[in-house]
Design a protein around this ligand. Structure first.
Ligand code: GLY
Length: 423
């Protein structure tokens, strides 16, 4: 049987197959004979998130990372990372089937209800689909399910408020200055925005109204045109004029405008793979594969396959617009969040691509590295987070070589995807 045939792609569609088939309840049984690292990772995840639940008692404060003293740093409900904790709890529930995790996941999901009205930036998709988008796969109570659906529809409406039909894109941020202060971005779109489109595709299926998915497709097509360089590396930020003309191609969280920010490249791989799943448009598959090939073949990808925070940090020919020396450490930090989300994206891509095996093999290496002592936290340490060594934004001197909640989320997701593919 061919590699692709062994995988039911619909597994990856939140809310479709797993809840319907009751597969979630079978997953612990599937662990038998599985590679031991998955079992161990979930044991660590359970221990760590029990700790995180103990310290995170205020449900208006969503755990994100650690402070210098090791205590947990949280965000409020209007940021971009607040859905990942709930999502991670759902994944632990999916693996273990233990009611304690469903109850915690429900509590942290429902704590996000007001974020359905988040319109001040583009990340409502991250927030609501990683939380409610997972909740709908497991919630059986029809009243709750109806409410969750309504919340997701409103969340998609909120996302659409930032879509400009003349530009053909969802505006990521409001007006913002570039690092060199020479540019004021008026309609900035970041590569990360691809990740907000999955919720739009889902809400079109849910409502039967194509408008949400049409916006997602328009956004993805324009991103494909203007965010990729000829070698399929990505710009982080593209700024547009009111008529849709490209004004600037720059970076905000990467090393320099011409460099490749590792997490951004990961968002592209994951996002275009997801858009191919939702549309079956081969152009998206091609973009995902080319972006993945750039990443996995890059000469600066370390042997353990977990990238430096930027593929071009400190390289000749790349010049930061921020004061790099002020932020410089004695080493170039890795970004485990880029590693985990890329592993998850590559695993899905492996089920679609003709030469899928190569993406699967690379993702497996990434997951094995993340499951080793170098990245996986020792229980009782790391503030309760699962993975160590991520970078939020080095140019902003923020969250450098720390745990990050989204590294954990995509790690757990990737482990479940890996397990499903291995059967
Ligand atoms: N979406 C923001 C980031 O990746 O840092």
């Amino acid at each position: 049987m061919g590699f692709r045939m062994r995988v039911r792609n619909s597994y990856f569609r939140k809310g479709v197959l797993i809840a319907a088939s009751g597969l979630a309840m079978l997953i612990p049984a599937l662990c038998v004979g599985q590679t031991n690292f998955i079992k161990n990772d979930f044991t660590v995840a359970e221990k760590q998130y029990r700790n995180l639940l103990k310290t995170s008692t205020d449900i208006t404060q969503f755990p994100r990372t650690t402070n210098k003293d090791g205590s947990v740093r949280s965000t409020d409900v209007w940021d971009w990372t607040q859905g990942f904790f709930a999502g991670g709890l759902w994944y632990i529930y999916e693996y273990t089937g233990k009611p304690e995790w469903k109850s915690a996941a429900t509590k942290w999901t429902e704590a996000l209800e007001q974020a359905q009205f988040l319109t001040q930036h583009h990340d409502v998709g991250f927030v609501m689909y990683c939380s409610y988008g997972n909740a709908i796969r497991f919630e059986k109570d029809p009243k709750k399910l109806e409410l969750y659906h309504k919340i997701l529809i409103q969340s998609a409406e909120s996302a659409l408020t930032r879509f400009d039909p003349k530009v053909g894109l969802i505006k990521s941020w409001n007006t913002k200055a570039s690092w060199d202060k020479k540019t004021t971005w008026k309609f900035p779109v970041i590569i990360d925005n691809m990740m907000n489109l999955e919720m739009l595709c889902y809400v079109s299926k849910l409502t039967g109204n194509p408008k949400y998915k049409e916006v997602a497709i328009s956004h993805a097509l324009n991103t494909m045109k203007y965010h990729f360089r000829p070698d399929f590396s990505t710009y982080h930020v593209v700024d547009y004029a009111p008529d849709g003309k490209v004004l600037h191609q720059q970076t905000n969280q990467g090393y320099s405008d011409n460099s490749t920010w590792a997490r951004g490249q990961g968002w592209a791989i994951y996002g275009f793979t997801m858009m191919y799943r939702e549309t079956k448009d081969k152009r998206f598959l091609n973009a995902a594969q080319k972006a993945a090939d750039f990443y996995i073949n890059h000469p600066n990808l370390p042997k353990d396959k977990i990238p430096y925070w930027d593929f071009n940090a400190e390289q000749k020919g790349y010049k930061p617009d921020f004061d790099y020396n002020a932020n410089k450490l004695s080493y170039i930090p890795r970004d485990a969040s880029a590693g985990s989300l890329t592993a998850s994206g590559l695993l899905e891509l492996s089920t679609f691509a003709k030469d899928g095996k190569k993406y699967f093999t690379q993702a497996e290496l990434m997951l094995k590295s993340l499951s080793g002592n170098g990245y996986l936290a020792k229980p009782g340490t790391n503030g309760g987070f699962i993975l160590k060594h991520s970078v939020g934004s080095l140019p902003h001197k923020s969250e450098i070589d720390v745990p990050l909640i989204y590294a954990d989320y995509y790690f757990l997701e990737a482990l479940l995807r890996y397990q499903k593919i291995k059967g």
